[in-house]
Design a binder for this molecule. Structure first.
Ligand code: HEC
Ligand code: HEC
Length: 382
């Protein structure tokens, strides 16, 4: 499945980016526990608080509890974005959470989605590029995995059109979870009785890769970010939510600094692809979107990322080159990096030092709420 390859990278001088690395501490995931005798490995108990009680319905009905996403200031209603083919239920979301954190879903039990998407780092990993199975490094920085419910193109190059598709990609990425193919992973999962039973209960059949995708996508849709200081000021009319400097920054963001040419709309992205020149000053260039479309206009283009939680998700850009927002603003101020495919929307900005500070003050007001509830499950199905 070429759709799930890591990157389309051209080694201009033959330099290979894949290589051995190490030393990255991965998120410690709580170990498995729970009664052996219980086919759910204590999972039913875990689900209990999430299920509607006293509604007099049968167990089967209870296993189908609808899940409504919260409406947060600054965001459109996320419930409108949940696809009809995969309605949210509490059980699916909870199963997805298990799968997101379970390291057994990697070839050698060392990597989970949560190894690279850490809640406290805005669901990125804080590294320039991610380190996956056996210490292997990929060529791109881990993007945020919140507000995915609103997105129609997943990954830096948009190669997955649905979150269901995206959610099963990493398992067969050789530098992420490392399975040879999805069959190998599903076979491994089917040996875990707790998962067998849960999938049977929720999807009414044995474990299938599509259902793994549906559960993880459901969980990912519950991770949101809204209600930021900017939203309180802009939507809530709270004049005190932003500092004077950030208010000036907002003016710049929308006008002189041209940021909203691309970072527009409530999720601060128009979900299009642009070449900013990132990588063109090195001897390896990632062709990005072009590898998907083979359209010359897409050479070196990457998806405009959301800027929500941007203060938590350093380092920045698809290759993780910038450590601070000051560096990002300097980069835009100088008009990106020259190359034959530079997006015409990228121009030198001629910002003063004060204006740069104001813009950074604004960027620091994008931290919000809607993801803080996410934590690793206390136990995993056995
Ligand atoms: C080894 C680290 C690693 C692991 C493990 C990993 N990811 Fe990622 N994730 C990344 C990187 C790097 C990218 C960007 C890749 C690209 O765009 O080509 C990414 C991209 C994504 C995106 C796209 C976000 C966007 O803005 O388009 C989502 C969502 C996501 N991962 C969720 C997951 C899920 C779910 C899992 C587990 C099934 C997972 N990741 C496992 C590193 C990882
Ligand atoms: C032409 C469209 C465009 C404009 C204009 C634009 N951006 Fe971006 N922005 C992008 C794209 C595309 C990326 C990812 C580029 C890459 O990694 O190759 C990005 C990345 C970023 C990032 C890093 C995000 C992350 O998760 O790593 C920040 C921060 C950012 N932009 C802020 C701004 C600010 C501030 C402005 C205004 C000064 C601005 N952008 C103007 C398209 C744009």
């Amino acid at each position: 499945m070429t759709r799930f390859r890591t990157t389309g990278r051209v080694a201009l001088t033959g330099l290979l980016v894949l290589g051995l690395a190490g030393g990255i501490t991965l998120l410690p995931v709580v170990g498995t526990s729970g009664a052996d005798a219980d086919p759910f490995g204590g999972f039913k108990e875990l689900l209990e608080p999430l299920l509607d009680k006293d509604d007099g319905t049968s167990d089967a009905k209870k296993m189908d509890g609808a899940y409504r996403l919260p409406e947060l200031l600054g965001l459109e209603d996320p419930n409108d974005y949940v696809p009809a083919g995969n309605p949210l239920t509490k059980e699916k979301v909870e199963l997805g959470r298990m799968l997101f954190f379970d390291k057994r879903l990697s070839r050698n039990n060392t990597i989970a989605c949560a190894s690279c998407h850490l809640a406290e780092k805005g669901f990125t990993d804080g590294m320039p590029v991610s380190t996956g199975i056996n210490g292997l490094k990929g060529g791109r920085s881990a993007p945020v995995s919140f507000n995915r419910v609103f997105s129609t193109a997943q990954f830096w190059d948009g190669r997955a059109a649905t979150l269901e598709d995206q959610s099963i990609g990493p398992f067969i990425n050789p530098v992420e979870h490392g399975f040879a193919d999805h069959d190998e992973m599903v076979a491994k999962m089917r040996r875990i009785r707790g998962y067998r039973d849960l999938f049977q209960d929720i999807f009414g059949r044995e474990i299938m890769i599509e259902d793994v995708g549906k559960a993880i996508a459901s969980f990912q849709r519950t991770i949101l970010s809204g209600n930021s200081a900017l939203d309180k000021f802009d939507m809530g009319g709270d004049e005190t939510a932003l500092s004077e400097s950030a208010k000036r920054g907002l003016e710049l963001f929308r006008k002189k600094a041209r940021c909203t040419k691309c970072h527009s709309g409530f999720n601060m992205t128009e979900e299009k692809f642009h070449n900013l020149g990132i990588g063109w000053d090195t001897n390896t260039v990632d062709l990005g979107r072009y590898m998907e479309t083979k359209n010359p206009e897409d050479v070196g283009a990457f998806k405009t990322p959301t800027l929500r939680e941007i203060d938590r998700t350093a380092p920045y850009m698809h290759d993780g080159r910038f450590k601070t927002l000051e560096e990002v603003v300097d980069f835009y101020n100088q008009g990106g990096i020259k190359n034959p495919h530079l997006d015409e929307l990228i121009l030198p900005l001629e910002l003063t030092e004060q204006e740069k500070r104001d813009l950074v003050a604004l960027l620091k007001s994008f931290n919000g709420e809607g993801w803080q509830h996410v934590s690793p499950p206390a136990s995993f199905p056995k």
